[in-house]
Design a protein around this ligand. Structure first.
Ligand SMILES: Nc1ncnc2c1ncn2[C@@H]1O[C@H](COP(=O)(O)OP(=O)(O)OP(=O)(O)O)[C@@H](O)[C@H]1O
Ligand SMILES: [Mg+2]
Length: 255
């Protein structure tokens, strides 16, 4: 059985793609078979963290959604990308299904949309074809049809927010939706926490606001900014507190 993990945030720029790629890298390094799928079709980006340029993406999720290929044909084996920075335990594997960066493809999605049911079938087919232990879904911010679908079919929902009033209020909306949809496990992840903020207070504030567990508090970090989505920071800087918190998320997902 594949555990499906959706990574979501109400507002943009919270750190979804950095968190998704790093948690995926950690799980694969531990010996799991992990798939990452970029469902942010309007503004894709997670491929950058795995070292892809826009020209070498090859087959993409778009090709699958438009009926041109089977979804596993859009899955790129990127295990070597993590192997270049860390040891990968036996059996560990990482696959990425990227979204197209071609202007015409993005325009077509915005113009015509796509069938969300097909996307759902794709999640299932990919999990089976690659015999995945974990499928991580990186999403577009806010609530829309595909994020509602990904929340509905998830075993685990990671909700990422920053210590910001707009994020706090928006996340409450998503938490309510997720509860109504009956997500089996939901964890909050607070990212970009400035230094000096009392963490116990923050944790309590989160518990009071959402009645959900906070899986990790990731520090706001100049080093992460400097990393600039160039590679998986938690693998290249394993002793950093941000990386320790990423490992904690990977641990929590494993139950
Ligand atoms: N803890 C952190 N400290 C500093 N910068 C961070 C931290 N986490 C993420 N960033 C930076 O924030 C920016 C946004 O991160 P990321 O792309 O992962 O967010 P996102 O939620 O996927 O964004 P979008 O909603 O646009 O898809 C990136 O420049 C990233 O390097
Ligand atoms: Mg993103």
């Amino acid at each position: 059985m594949t555990t499906v993990v959706s990574v979501h945030s109400f507002r943009g720029g919270t750190g979804k793609s950095n968190t998704t790629s790093n948690v995926a890298g950690q799980l694969a390094a531990q010996g799991f078979r992990v798939g990452v799928i970029d469902t942010d079709i309007q503004s894709p980006g997670i491929h950058v963290l795995f070292g892809f340029s826009e020209d070498d993406l090859g087959n993409t999720l778009n090709d699958y959604l438009w009926g041109k290929i089977a979804i596993q044909e859009a899955a790129h084996d990127i295990t070597d990308v993590i192997r270049s920075s860390t040891e990968v335990a036996e059996g560990g594997a990482l696959f990425l299904v990227p979204s197209s960066m071609k202007t015409a493809d993005i325009a077509r999605v915005l113009r015509e949309g796509y069938d969300v049911g097909t996307l759902n079938d794709g999640f299932r087919e990919l999990s089976q074809a690659l015999n995945l232990d974990y499928l991580l879904i990186d999403t577009h911010p806010g609530l829309n049809e595909e994020t509602l679908l990904s929340i509905t079919i998830s075993d685990v929902l990671l909700l990422i927010l920053r210590p910001d009033r707009q994020d706090f209020q928006g996340t409450a909306v998503t938490v309510n939706v997720a509860r109504k949809l009956g997500v089996p496990a939901m964890y909050l992840v607070l990212n970009k926490v400035p230094s000096g903020v009392p963490l116990d207070n923050l944790r309590q504030q989160m518990a009071d606001a959402y009645e959900a567990e906070t899986a990790a508090l990731l520090p706001l970090s100049e080093e992460v900014v400097q990393n600039a989505s160039e590679g998986l920071f938690s693998l290249t800087s394993p002793s950093h507190e941000w990386s320790a918190q990423i490992r904690q998320i990977a641990q929590r997902i494993q139950g």
